[in-house]
Design a protein around this ligand. Sequence first.
Ligand SMILES: C[C@H](CCC(=O)NCCS(=O)(=O)O)[C@H]1CC[C@H]2[C@@H]3CC[C@@H]4C[C@H](O)CC[C@]4(C)[C@H]3C[C@H](O)[C@]12C
Length: 324
Amino acid sequence: MCTAATYQTKDFYMGRTLDYEFSYGEQIAIIPRNYPIKFHYAGTMEHHYACIGMAHVANGYPLYYDAANEKGLGMAGLNFVGNAAYADVDNEKENVAQYEFIPWILTQCATVEDAKKKLKEMNLTGIPFSAQLPTAQLHWIIADKDGCIVVESMADGLHVYDNPAGVLTNNPPFPQQMFLMNQYMNLSPKQPENLFSDKLPLTTYSRGMGALGLPGDLSSTSRFARVAFTRLNSRSEDTEKASVSQFFHILGSVDQQRGCCEVAEGKYEITIYTSCCNTTKGIYYYTTYENPQITAVNMHATDLNGTEVVSYPMLQDTEIRYQN
Ligand SMILES: C[C@H](CCC(=O)NCCS(=O)(=O)O)[C@H]1CC[C@H]2[C@@H]3CC[C@@H]4C[C@H](O)CC[C@]4(C)[C@H]3C[C@H](O)[C@]12C
């Protein structure tokens, strides 16, 4: 499973957890403005916005899981198994292969508004990147400081939804996910009052009782409610450190520890990495399961006018700072 969220303070932040039982060997990859990016149908684009994100780099090509561009637009792909369905080639439209959807949007669009226009002309196909990397069943969150949308390609077509919650997990489709939120409308960060019955002398014996009923399990509907509650009630200072710290706490609410989600005999899904991209400044922060210390890659510290993918392996070692 995976969870994505956005966060706004002085700058705009967007990130995700990548939860799975194995890693595809991902790294932080930057495509500079003059990296000639090959699109399956549209041909090669020589010049475009620079992007930074997490990708599996296959034969020099960045297969992004989540990324942001130098204009502050971010995008992430999350599993949508059983519901994702891609279209056949449509010659009336701009055909885009599912694996190149993130670079397709981020190399050309500066804002969510731009992305919405691009999506109207687009047809998302299911052609695989290679025989070794079959088509992933995903849905996507696209966001900037002014808006957030979800894109779901299903058997009945391509859906684009406004996303006022600013979060995304996995199944079911987004409208159902939002409908389920109705169940939680009385949850609050404030202490509850006794509305149960004045015949019972009910009191708050603990702090935090306003959110009793917020589901604690790892299902995608429960993670959706939990991360939405955390994000929408989040308070932090607006400095970079405070914002980044708070962002990791938002996604920390849905962290998956090894052992709690068995996906096959002896196989457990864990939070492989958690990312937080300051899309305003082009800084990609991440932690990994083994390395909870926040590490950062700054796209502006590389040559954004370059022509080749620049990638950084994730630092995986646990580093403990001894105090004595
Ligand atoms: C496995 C991950 C989702 C994790 C998740 O959600 N786990 C819960 C399962 S569940 O929700 O409970 O069912 C997803 C998220 C992004 C994906 C890559 C996107 C680029 C590229 C697309 C190509 O077409 C295929 C290879 C490719 C590298 C993809 C591999 C894999 O598919 C990635 C890592």
